[in-house]
Design a protein around this ligand. Structure first.
Ligand SMILES: NC(=O)c1ccc[n+]([C@@H]2O[C@H](COP(=O)([O-])OP(=O)(O)OC[C@H]3O[C@@H](n4cnc5c(N)ncnc54)[C@H](OP(=O)(O)O)[C@@H]3O)[C@@H](O)[C@H]2O)c1
Length: 254
């Protein structure tokens, strides 16, 4: 089966392409690096030719509110238009657990807009909602700095390894469209500030992490359980301590 992976050079995309190939699929990474740009439409007809499934694990180069919204709206509109023309039978997109509860965040509003376009299109689809990646913990610290200190709420979350995200997305991509949402998450719950503190300590990053009840998450006010998945989430296997022991400091920039 030909599966085109939009953003196939990124953190999740590159792992996903490898996993799909290992299972015998023709996984084609598509991104500006390989001459495919979903914002301009460049190279999309060729990348989608003969594809049964398109998986969108791209991300906006800018996370500024207006820019990120423009990226996900334009990119998703273009993708769905080219998919309809190419006869693609399944659109899979990676989004974030709790997007609808995080609409105060400009980034999450862009993900909500992306999801809405997919839901309203004629292409059968599956939206995968993942929790925060372990690889993103340093990036989360970087976007939460006030006067040199990292301010984060002392609330629950259930983050996961990028490798488990890729496995979860691969499983959905080779299955039937659910025309709805599938949640994936890590095997353990933590407090956001506690885990970021542990990650920074492991990176020998001296920044102090403050548990701050007024701190926002990417611009959104959140409560004790806002970031948690529902009871039916599919859980990855990788525990934080074993990921930490294996990872040579892999991080996603914010
Ligand atoms: N961070 C988290 O904790 C988290 C949690 C849940 C869900 N997610 C979602 O996971 C997704 C993937 O994140 P990631 O960290 O793997 O992203 P990433 O490593 O930043 O990779 C982004 C990918 O998008 C591609 N891209 C950028 N502009 C493009 C364009 N105009 N046309 C086509 N491709 C383009 C990049 O291509 P080049 O390499 O060629 O530039 C790259 O392959 C995102 O949609 C995010 O919302 C993230």
């Amino acid at each position: 089966m030909k599966i085109t992976v939009i953003g196939g050079t990124g953190l999740i995309g590159s792992k996903l392409v490898n996993k799909l190939r290992t299972h015998g699929h023709e996984a084609v990474p598509a991104s500006p690096d390989s001459g495919v740009n979903t914002v301009t439409g460049q190279g999309l007809d060729e990348a989608l030719k003969g594809a049964s499934v398109v998986v969108d694990v791209s991300n906006s180069p800018s996370w500024e509110d207006a820019e990120v919204l423009k990226f996900f709206e334009t990119s998703t509109r273009n993708l769905l238009k080219y998919e309809a023309a190419a006869g693609v039978g399944h659109h899979v997109a990676l989004s974030v657990v709790g997007t609808d509860r995080l609409a105060e965040s400009g980034y999450m509003r862009a993900k909500i807009a992306q999801e809405k376009l997919i839901q309203e299109s004629s292409i059968p689809y599956s939206i995968v909602h993942a929790t925060q990646f372990f690889e993103f913990l340093k990036g989360l610290a970087d976007i939460s700095v006030v006067d040199g200190k990292v301010h984060l709420p002392h609330v629950l979350f259930q983050p996961m390894a990028a490798d488990d995200v890729a496995s979860g997305v691969a499983r959905v991509a080779v299955g039937q469209p659910v025309n709805g949402m599938v949640e994936i998450a890590g095997p353990e719950q933590f407090r956001v500030d506690d885990l970021v503190r542990r990650r920074l300590a492991a990176l020998k990053d001296p920044r102090q992490v403050i548990a701050d009840p007024d701190a926002r998450y990417g611009g959104a006010r959140i409560g004790e359980r806002t970031l948690l998945p529902g009871n039916n989430a599919r859980l990855g296997e990788t525990r934080f301590e074993s990921w930490l022991a294996q990872s040579a400091g892999t991080s996603v920039a914010a």
